[in-house]
Every structure is written in C-alpha cells, then in structure tokens.
Design a protein around this ligand. Structure first.
Ligand SMILES: *[C@@H]1O[C@H](CO)[C@@H](O)[C@H](O)[C@H]1NC(C)=O
Length: 118
C-alpha cells in the first residue's frame, strides 16, 4: 500500500459587512471534503453590486485571517494578503453572480472555516 490519502475538510460560511436587506452572499455548499493534493474550488453566490468580495479563513480558536479579495470592477483586481497565499486564487463568473476561491493543491492544514464576505 502507498501513502494513505488524507482528507481536507472545508466548511463555508458567508459574512455580510455593512449589509442592507438586499445585500446577500451565500455559499453554494455548506461543507466540502477534498483529498489532499486535489484542486479545491469553493464558491459563494452574491446578489449585490459589491465593490469587493473577500475570502477569509478561520481555524478553531483563532481570529479569521484575510486571504484575498477581488474587486467587482470591469477588470477584476486581486488584492492578496501580505504575505500572499501562493496556492490561492479567486475569480468571478462572467455573470458576476458568483465568486470562487481556488486552492491549487489542498493540504491537510487547509481544513478550516472559510468565509466569503462583502
Ligand atoms: C447559486 O447560483 C446558482 C446559479 O444561479 C443556482 O443554481 C444555485 O441554486 C445558487 N445556490 C445557492 C446556494 O444560492
């Protein structure tokens, strides 16, 4: 037998910042499991003209950490954390209704709570 595959457990929640009743951002799935080394793609739908869409990550007992944000502008601009997370990218769909976070190769320590936020 080879090396046992490990699972990454990803929980998703959304957070509204400065929300009005019409503002909304919703994870497309509440939780996901990925094999270590696989490509992770998690998404949130949004129904608001947001200036920017943020991804944050939180480990149990720690404060949420900013991963990156994407501006919802004609040419979306990615603003990375310092230092950046090199395995992570974000993008918007063509309709500008969904924001995706992609992790190129999951590691077990990516198991965490992920927030999408406006
Ligand atoms: C997200 O948007 C897609 C496409 O509009 C829709 O099919 C899906 O039901 C939405 N998911 C949630 C959780 O709102």
């Amino acid at each position: 037998g080879g090396t046992p595959m490990l699972l990454c457990y990803i929980l998703l929640i959304s957070a509204l910042v400065g929300a009005t009743l019409e503002d909304d951002i919703t994870p497309t799935s509440p939780e996901e499991y990925y094999l270590e080394g696989s490509r992770v793609k998690i998404s949130c739908n949004y129904t608001v003209k947001a200036n920017n869409l943020q991804w944050n990550r939180q480990y149990p007992g720690s404060a949420p950490k900013f991963l990156l944000l994407l501006t919802d502008t004609a040419t979306p601009l990615v603003v990375e954390a310092t230092p950046p997370y090199p395995r992570m990218t974000a993008k918007l769909n063509d309709e500008r209704t969904r924001v995706d976070l992609e992790i190129s190769s999951a590691v077990v320590t990516d198991s965490a709570l992920y927030y999408c936020a406006l």
